[in-house]
Design a protein around this ligand. Structure first.
Ligand SMILES: Cc1ncc(COP(=O)(O)O)c(C=O)c1O
Length: 291
């Protein structure tokens, strides 16, 4: 990720990122007692804002942290921050922690004021080879906890998995548990088998991905058959296509898994169709012309 943009938001104030300060007693710092969202911004507008804010509400409710803002206020704050950073395309990170307390206690104290932080980053521009050749991934035993549906900042399992991928010289680690596909270290995974676009069911094992959800809706619109069912890990190598989806990068084709080609070893037709539908959808949402 490139260096963040200049203006951040912290607890009601817009300020230079370098001047943002929180207490060392903040439970986000002490316990990872915080949740977050990453939204792409296209044409100055947060993309899929309602979906991201719905997931934020779910994550906060699961941890019994009061939501500091209603949806309209969240969107107004995001638009203000985006404008202060020059508008256009960018990434927006937002985080809500339970807040700071007077000491360090595992059990959740009541009545804390949540800490709200937001910052922006320049848009991620994919290297052309990512789209023409695809990316590589490895499979890895899922090292995470049992509530991966909560988008918590406690991400050490994801950090270990992504670092293992980087050390193996690939882009993503695809996580496996009980012989089944879960998701990527920072992405949802879709599999094309027998002409169908397959996805594992939602549940506590995976994050309900906003990009995955949009891809599944776009697939149905394009009359691509969709199947939501557990996916055996040992079926991945024989898939005709493998896709990863994430808000920061959209939908990308995985063309090498554990050093071997997936399908023909090139981005496949289902990815191509979804990629084009995704681009059209996002340009429409941003009110900008397709490239
Ligand atoms: C573990 C994990 N799964 C899935 C996703 C994809 O979610 P979204 O499409 O909402 O970015 C992410 C994104 O960061 C992630 O970290």
């Amino acid at each position: 990720m490139a260096a963040p943009l200049a203006v951040a938001y912290l607890n009601g104030a817009f300020l230079p990122l370098g001047q943002a300060r929180i207490s060392p007693l903040d439970r986000g710092f002490l316990f990872g007692d915080a949740v977050y969202e990453v939204l792409p911004v296209y044409g100055g507008r947060p993309f899929l804002a309602a979906e991201h804010l719905a997931r934020l509400e779910r994550s906060l409710a699961a941890l019994r942290v009061p939501n500091p803002h209603g949806r309209e206020d969240w969107v107004a704050l995001m638009l203000d921050l985006i404008a202060r950073n020059g508008g256009g395309d960018m990434g927006l990170y937002l985080q809500v922690s339970r807040g700071a307390e007077a000491g360090r206690n595992h059990a959740m104290p009541k009545g804390l004021t949540p800490t709200v932080f937001m910052m922006c980053s320049p848009p991620l521009v994919e290297a052309p080879a990512v789209l023409t050749e695809g990316i590589a991934a490895i499979t890895l035993a899922d090292p995470r906890w049992k509530r991966c549906d909560i988008k918590s900042t406690a991400l050490l399992g994801n950090v270990l998995a992504k670092s293992a991928a980087v050390e193996a010289g690939v882009t993503e680690a695809i996580l496996i548990a009980n012989g089944e596909l879960r998701e990527g270290a920072s992405s949802s995974v879709l599999v094309v088998k027998g002409g169908k676009l397959c996805a594992p069911p939602e549940g506590p094992e995976i994050l309900p991905g906003t990009t995955r959800d949009l891809c599944l809706r776009l697939a149905l619109r394009a009359r691509i058959a969709v199947e939501i069912a557990p996916i055996a890990a040992d079926s991945l190598a024989g898939a005709s296509e493998l896709l990863v989806c994430f808000a920061s990068r959209g939908v990308l084709p995985v063309t090498r898994l554990n050093g071997a080609p997936i399908g023909a070893g090139r981005p496949g037709p289902v990815w191509q169709a979804l990629y084009e539908a995704f681009q059209a959808y996002r340009h429409q949402a941003a009110g900008t012309a397709p490239l």
